[in-house]
Design a protein around this ligand. Sequence first.
Ligand code: F6P
Length: 535
Amino acid sequence: MTRCDATVAWAALQGHYEAHGRGFDLREAFVRDPQRFAAFSLQAPEVFADLSKNRWDLATRKLLLELARETGLEAHRDAMFAGAPINVTEGRAVLHTALRAPRGAALHGDEVHEVLERMLAFAERMRDIESSGITDIVNIGIGGSDLGPQMVVPALDAYCQPGQRCHFVSNVDGHDIAPVLRRLEARRTLFIVASKTFTTQETMANAAVARAWFLARGGSEHDIARHFVGATTNLQAAAEFGIHTTFGFWDWVGGRYSLWSAIGLPIAIAIGADHFRALLDGAFAMDRHFAEAPLEHNLPAQLGLLDVWYRNFHRFTSRSVAPYHQGLKRLPAYLQQLEMESNGKRVDVDGQPLPYDTSPVVWGEPGTNGQHAYFQMLHQGSEVVPVEFIAVKRPTHEHADLHAKALANCLAQGQALMLGKTSDAALGERAPTASAALDRAVLAQHRSFPGNRPSTTLLLEQLTPRALGALIALYEHRVFTSGAVWGINSFDQWGVELGKALCNNLLPRLVDGPGKGDASGLDSSTAGLLQRLTR
Ligand code: F6P
């Protein structure tokens, strides 16, 4: 496999960028080609994508597809689906796709479906409030053991049953769990301790707090077994905690790819077994699309390649995600882990430092809230930030007027970013709030928009479990694509280790005891802060 910067396509893309990319103007491109929308839109399972408002043309796309072929994207993808240990630093396969495949359609089918059946049966029992008595489910987990369920449950609120609430506790800061516990009744609460390793500091500490709270409210050790369940690959550690109902998964499921596994238990309780299966089914449909569609029609591959084009040739440093659906309010946070933990790497799979950039910063908020916060910068700031809009055609509420307004805003923002407004156009306008003392030409400069700012729009028919499953899998495979082209391992996360080790060293210096306030061996900044916090 050739590293991307050594390919013929990379060199060609560099030349193409200088000749056509740097000065590319979206407005001119639409005038030149009335078929541009058709040429640059793609239909994948459940997701339609308009890629036409991006700074690329047919030649760019052709070169990017050649880059994918030269860097072995298809072979790498097939190796993932076939269970090869592509997570080389941990010697692990990467098989989250096996979690959503029908029995017999992927590796590990028997073990996957055994846990799935058991988990869904348990979820159905818990959501029967009359017999279970459970009105509140508290998921205690962090990172991949939190962000997926925390994103999906509100997104599928229309499918959740009234009378049962899902809470998510992740942060080791006690201000996360304390207000949740304050509102709960022990006998009506089910705690899910979700941790792949069952060793993560935050999760273990919060689980211990929850356990003590439960016992202090009249629960017995015996009751713990009914009110605490575990989702983990470390069944022994869960048993030592006193948890006897556990749903396992496997080391070939990465944390940030685990919502399809036992980590999805809060989702299954919230939406029920049939809808959980629909979520899996949507993801499976996207898996087939990624595995089988030629790259010319392959949506995750094209999104990933566009990310490479923007990051390495245009040098854009971030991408903003704007879901025009309030249910997707946690999607940007979910994508931050998916993309930045996967592709925030500085060496290639062989450990060689990379001379090119990898993961962009991913950030965002739901529209229209973002419009009243940071969209100013997207329209008139000094940096270009590609924006990704997500719109849903049919709402799951009856307020048609509100929905029309949300959609109009979504389309308008993409239009405004692309079209901009010249200072001449601004000069001809009246601006009621503008200072009368200001020269009109100066004011027009403030009120003009450069335009030519790229965006992608993803359209879903409705935010159903199936559509959401497909959307999430689309993002997973897009991240896979850019990671594969960059030649990095998208499935490890060594970057979180150093902070954990230093935290273990500092903790005894912060708690009551002989070591409290001890600043020996510390740099003067950390020592100064420690002393302020402990004296
Ligand atoms: O932040 C590092 C990380 O390992 C993530 O990749 C993972 O999702 C998270 O911690 C939680 O880990 P666990 O599920 O083992 O508690």
